[in-house]
Design a protein around this ligand. Structure first.
Ligand SMILES: *Cc1c(COP(=O)(O)O)cnc(C)c1O
Length: 426
């Protein structure tokens, strides 16, 4: 496949954008190779600037559950654009989208922001303000955006207090972020023993940022109990899983209710949107009702709200589409597993609704340590060879994949056939 235009574009971008990209994961640094510069999307396909076509399992990292250029969303956005791009004043659209969401999640109110990062950052501030505590607890391998308190990795030695995983994050911040192991309740209890008081536990109930690794029912139930016992708020970060794993994200699978939920990705249908919500009593602490400050010039942007409303309404009237998405996803991962078996390549697979994942790993993956034990070289080669054959998977072993309503069975079967060729080369 000739990608000379993307190579040239990457070199040009390098001159004016650090690393040539506006978000590090796009650089393909985890797998080697040159990122593709995209000209356009068409339904389930991406088309690069050399006019090569790729079956798209990334979907802009999750938002595009209806694929590219969905007619209803396009129409809603076009109508909204004609009225003006932004007003910095309330519109009916914000209330409408908020109603659509609180109607199906166990929250009374929510506030819109412009990204998942902002949603989570604000939710954490709200939890700290509400509980009057500084410490928060997160899990290794969960990603919650790039705000200071959350860019934290495991510290050296046996400590449960994190250390910054980026220069620029003060260690004074990091010391208020405790780190526990996903699906390991004892590591959580240890954090409670060591802290003077934890404001909140934040978790991706269906983790999609270390590859796809769902939390077990039992684990989430125990987290809920520990939070209740310690007056700690439980935050489910459903920026990725909300409206993706099911209409109601993890709730459909686990029936565990958190105190605060964060959203993003699908609720903007490709436009920049995030949101966080909770019961009225918690949300009342937010300015201007309460004293926890949070704001945004473009928050609740009318174009983004219009895209979100069109997308969520369509999902709600077609609830059964999640089972059809899951069936297609299952066809894909079962097919990959089958051709992996033929070549004796160990592959772990999992699926939740339209989110799927696979690890080049001999053992089941239930936390970040397990995920890191995967064969990353093999993944990198797999990724490159699939790209060469016109299949666009996320450029890291530690990302989930996505099925959209316009991903067809024949696209999936084509993917499996190409994987059969590629597995022979691994
Ligand atoms: C993508 C993601 C975020 C960050 O959202 P951005 O819009 O990239 O800022 C936060 N949490 C989770 C679980 C995510 O998947």
């Amino acid at each position: 496949m000739n990608i000379d235009k993307s190579v040239e574009a990457f070199n040009e971008a390098f001159k004016v954008i650090p690393g040539g990209v506006d978000s590090p994961v796009r650089s393909f640094s985890g797998v080697g190779g040159n990122p593709l510069f995209i000209d356009r999307g068409e339904g389930g396909y991406l088309i690069d600037i050399n006019e090569n076509r790729y079956i798209d399992y990334v979907q802009s990292w999750g938002p595009l559950i209806f694929g590219h250029c969905d007619k209803n969303i396009e129409e809603a956005v076009s109508l909204a654009i004609k009225k003006g791009l932004s007003f910095g004043a309330p519109t009916l659209l914000e209330t409408e989208l908020a109603k659509e969401i609180v109607d199906i999640f166990p929250i009374d109110k929510l506030r819109f922001v412009s990204s998942g990062t902002e949603a989570v950052m604000s939710a954490i501030r709200l939890a700290r303000g509400y509980t009057n505590r500084d410490d928060i607890l997160k899990f290794e391998g969960c990603y919650h955006g790039h705000s200071d308190s959350l860019l934290i990795q495991a510290g050296s030695g046996a400590t449960t207090f994190g250390s910054p995983n980026s220069p620029g994050v003060p260690s004074d911040f990091a010391k208020h972020t405790l780190l526990a192991k996903y699906n390991d309740i004892e590591s959580v209890k240890k954090c409670f023993d060591e802290s003077k008081g934890i404001a909140c536990i934040i978790i991706e109930p269906i983790a999609g940022n270390m590859g796809l690794v769902p939390a077990t029912n039992e684990f989430l139930k125990e987290l809920r109990e520990l939070c209740d016992k310690n007056n700690t708020l439980l935050i489910f970060d459903e920026v990725m899983s909300g409206f993706r794993a099911s209409l109601t994200g993890s709730l459909e699978f686990n029936k565990i209710e958190p105190d605060i939920i964060t959203f993003g990705k699908v609720i903007g249908a490709g436009m920049p949107v995030g949101a966080f919500g909770a019961k009225a009593e918690i949300m009342a602490h937010l300015s201007p009702e309460g004293s926890v400050y949070q704001a945004g010039t473009l928050s609740g942007n009318p174009i983004a709200m219009s895209a979100g409303i069109a997308s969520i309404k369509k999902l709600k009237v077609n609830r059964e589409l999640y089972s059809s998405l899951e069936l297609k996803g299952k066809r894909l991962i079962d097919g990959l597993k089958k051709v992996a078996n033929e070549t004796n390549i160990p592959l772990q697979t999992d699926i939740r609704g339209s989110m799927f994942g696979f690890f080049f790993n001999e053992n089941p993956v239930s936390n970040f340590d397990d995920a890191k034990n995967s064969n990353l070289d093999r993944f990198a080669k797999f990724h490159r060879e699939m790209i060469n054959r016109g299949v666009y998977f996320a450029c890291s072993q530690f990302e989930a994949g996505f099925i959209s309503t316009v991903t067809t069975e024949s696209m999936i079967d084509e993917t499996i056939e190409k994987a059969r060729e590629v597995f022979k080369l691994l």
